[in-house]
Design a protein around this ligand. Structure first.
Ligand code: ADP
Ligand code: MG
Length: 800
């Protein structure tokens, strides 16, 4: 305006005023339209506004001045503006074209597209029922359940083809409710550039809306189908719009280590920085961040720890609690703590991100925070069930994979198993079968993914499948919602998961392979429908799905020993645990039991305050560290079983498994922490290294609270007494029928891997109880019953 006013003295001035006024009016009218338009065409709001300004300016100047009245500089400026305008227009066109291509790349049935692709619904709780209902209907409509008919003609032909390769009795009979060919277009497979991928994610069109919603609300629940870009994109949106100003951090929690690492790596790549610089991750014993880090992915446990040093999380501008639906113990505790600090840190933004499960509960807990829904793309998934229950689900998985490989059109396959051991076995079996079949089948790439897999191996699952071959990813339920692998068309779901469960009555915690929940099963099936119509093969019957599975998974806080939680909260200065704001309070008796146990251990005094008393020594630190790496010390390759078992036998010393672990560690230390030594002795170096890290951390903690580290000087009695003091409630006694736990007379067995498997001493303390085929005690130590009275008189006084 100033420019124009200076230039026009007489009649031009009035004209210019009028023109500007009109432009302003137009501006107001056009702007909302333009915004819509720009979103549709992938011109950012700012860019669209800029384009509009340019057009107005150019028009003004062209209207007011003839070109020769302009100075050289002004002419150049005008020229520049025109160029800029043309560029912007081109960009706009290109956006529209790209959108068109995008539409073709992702096929979606017409009637669904019109509904799914509508604008987000910002649901203030209590309203928007209709929208929600529709969304629910839509989701269920794309998943068709029920087993009715035998497969028909097409399948018969398939079966014949497939019989050439597999024996009839090796086959699994699946029944399906609908038949549909999954067609994977070539464009799907073709590799896309990172920016293209970013733009193609469902969250992309909602960038501005989402940022606006975040600006307007302190706490926002974000719901979106797995793979819609919540974890990788939203933090980047925040970064791009100034949430890091003044060096403030954005934190994003993940329940799993692997997810935190893998997602951080991906985002660093997208942002174009080295992992650990601006974008980093932090998991226990591995801090891949630096001074420069402004976006930090971390496990939920790590954020909890940060409360110890920074109780108000002052260095964070945004905290994203991701994968909230997982309801891990740590996430649940974070909910309570964050809700609390959000009250006195109004500048802190809290985002609770979740797959499409249970988001209303989160909203409710956070004082009716609004829910931002990212409409998902989900293609129909055909569900197949087995006609009869499968006795051996591992074998059934192997057969199903091969069955898919030889009978089904291209598309990758995802298998859900419960843990490392199973996954390794399954992969070995698959590879062996493929070798046997040789050139009769096309190439099958078998890739495992589980928490302890080295990170270079983890990255492999994301690399695109070479043409002509098929990828099979064998995963724990990490692939259920935490990680999205593109290109999956087939899912095999045996219907099991490993779950921690805790019996408050017996005080017993165990890791059990149990049927997963229906919600889990549906999430798993959903993985098949992300890029095209898919198929999910459930290795259980439709009846079992309906009648034997729980509706949803019970939150971990309801099925865990709360000892650690109590200690953690107490160390944060939260003493009144009974009234802590839990989303789902743990059972009262569990909480009371945990307090009792901690008191019995001497960790809490009679006022319920933390004490400094610990039963520790040099050796116990090592044992604790070795126990924490959880059964992954000894390595037993299939082709060297005898060697491995001999090597293991050589470590056996009197006293029990704890002493064996101590022995392994001590010898390793004497070897100078040698890799070669591990290799020669069939010991897993990675696990040992981890144990060393844990040990160092524990030692550091002891140092900080000024507890001296001392050694027993080769005497094994004090060490075993110390273990007894910590685990006296894990005592088992040998009687006629075998071992019985002292407290509840439950029948238990020594694990065959134990060094005491054949000795069967009269009194034992076990580290953990694991229910697999039987109730096994893992890591046992022999004790003298008199020690029980000595170290835990308050507990054993009235027994015996
Ligand atoms: P959400 O959190 O909503 O489930 P994500 O942000 O995790 O979605 O995933 C978005 C996309 O990023 C997916 O297409 C996924 O395949 C891709 N992606 C995520 N991590 C990686 C990775 N490590 N390598 C390659 N692609 C990845
Ligand atoms: Mg995610």
């Amino acid at each position: 305006t100033r420019n124009i006013m200076e230039r026009t003295d007489k009649k031009g001035y009035e004209e210019a005023q009028k023109r500007l006024k009109m432009a302003e009016e137009d501006h107001k009218k056009i702007l909302p339209e333009l915004r819509k338009e720009s979103r549709r065409n992938y011109l950012s709001k700012r860019e669209a506004e800029k384009l509009e300004d340019l057009e107005a300016e150019i028009a003004d100047e062209e209207y007011l001045f003839s070109t020769d009245a302009l100075t050289e500089r002004e002419r150049k400026e005008l020229e520049y503006k025109r160029n800029l305008r043309d560029l912007a227009k081109d960009y706009k066109k290109a956006g529209a074209k790209e959108k068109e291509e995008r539409k073709n790349r992702y096929y979606m049935p017409e009637e669904k597209r019109s509904k799914v692709r509508r604008r987000y619904t910002l649901v203030e709780m209590g309203g928007g029922e209709q929208g929600r209902w529709e969304e629910e209907r839509l989701k269920t409509a794309s998943l068709i359940f029920g087993a009715k008919k035998e497969r028909e003609k097409g399948l018969k032909a398939e079966r014949e083809k497939y019989q050439l390769i597999l024996e009839e009795d090796e086959m699994i009979n699946f029944v399906s409710s609908a038949q549909e060919q999954a067609a994977l277009s070539q464009a799907e497979v073709q590799k896309q550039s990172i920016q293209e991928v970013r733009r193609s994610l469902p969250v992309f069109p909602y960038r501005e809306d989402l940022l606006l919603a975040i600006q307007q609300h302190q706490i926002l629940v974000i719901e979106g189908e797995t793979g819609s870009g919540k974890t990788t994109q939203i933090p980047q949106f925040l970064m791009e719009s100034g949430y890091n100003d003044g060096g403030m951090k954005i934190g994003c929690t993940q329940p799993r280590r692997v997810a935190a690492m893998s997602v951080a790596a991906r985002v660093a790549q997208e942002v174009g920085v080295k992992l650990g610089n601006e974008v980093g991750y932090s998991i226990r014993f591995e801090d891949c961040t630096s001074e420069r880090t402004v976006l930090k992915y971390m496990t939920d446990g790590m954020l909890l720890r940060e409360f110890l040093t920074e109780p108000d999380l002052a260095s964070y501008s945004v905290v994203i609690i991701d994968e909230a639906h997982e309801r891990t113990l740590h996430t649940d505790i974070l909910f309570g703590l964050i809700k609390d600090i959000a009250r006195f840190r109004p500048d802190l933004k809290v985002l609770v991100a979740s797959a499409t499960l249970d988001t209303e509960r989160f909203s409710c807990f956070f004082d009716d925070a609004p829910v931002f829904r990212i409409p998902g793309r989900r293609f129909p998934v055909d569900i197949f069930y087995t006609k009869a229950p499968e006795a051996d689900y591992l074998e059934a998985c192997v057969v199903s994979v091969l069955q898919i490989h030889v009978t089904q059109p291209p598309g990758d396959c995802l298998v859900f198993l419960t843990g490392q051991e199973e996954i390794e076995t399954c992969c070995e079996l698959l590879q062996e079968r493929c070798r046997r079949l040789g050139s009769k089948i096309s190439e099958l790439l078998v890739l495992p993914i589980y928490a302890n897999l080295p990170s270079d191996m983890q990255a492999k699952i994301f690399s695109p499948t070479p043409p002509g071959s098929r990828k099979v990813v064998v995963a724990t339920n990490i692939a259920e919602t935490s990680l999205t692998i593109d290109g999956i068309i087939y899912v095999i779901d045996p219907g099991f998961c490993k779950q921690k469960s805790y019996n408050a009555r017996t005080g017993m915690e165990s890791l059990i392979v149990t049927p997963c929940s229906r919600a889990s099963a549906n999430q798993r099936a959903g993985r098949a429908g992300r890029v095209a119509a898919g198929k999910c093969f459930r290795l259980y019957t439709a009846w079992a799905f309906k009648h034997e599975m729980e509706e949803s998974t019970v939150p971990e806080i309801q099925r865990t020993n709360l000892g650690n939680v109590v200690l953690l909260l107490k160390s944060l200065g939260i003493n009144d645990l009974i009234h802590f704001d839990f989303m789902d309070p743990p059972p009262h008796e569990t909480l009371v039991l945990a307090l009792e146990q901690l008191y019995a251990l001497g960790a809490l005094n009679h006022l319920g305050e933390l004490t400094k008393v610990t039963y520790c020594s040099e050796e116990v630190l090592t044992i604790a560290a070795m126990l924490s790496v959880n059964n992954s010390i000894f390595y037993r390759p299939k082709d060297k079983v005898v060697h491995a078992d001999n090597a293991r036998q050589n470590f056996v010393v009197p006293g029990g498994d704890h002493m064996v672990l101590l022995n392994v560690y001590t010898q390793w230390l004497e070897s100078g922490y040698s890799t070669q030594w591990c290799y020669e002795n069939f010991i897993q170096f990675r696990s040992m290294k981890r144990a060393r890290d844990v040990r160092e951390q524990l030692e550091g903690l002891m140092d900080r609270i000024e507890v001296e580290v001392c050694s027993s000087g080769g005497d094994i009695v004090p060490i075993r007494k110390a273990v007894t003091a910590g685990y006296f409630y894990h005592t088992a006694r040998l009687s006629k029928g075998g071992y019985k736990t002292v407290k509840h007379q439950q029948t238990v067995y020594v694990h065959p891997n134990s060094s005491l498997f054949e000795e069967q001493p009269r009194w034992l303390i076990y580290h953990e109880l694991v229910f697999t085929t039987k109730e096994f005690m893992r890591q046992v130590i022999e004790i003298d019953s008199s020690w029980l009275l000595e170290v835990a008189p308050h507990y054993y006084k009235n027994k015996e």
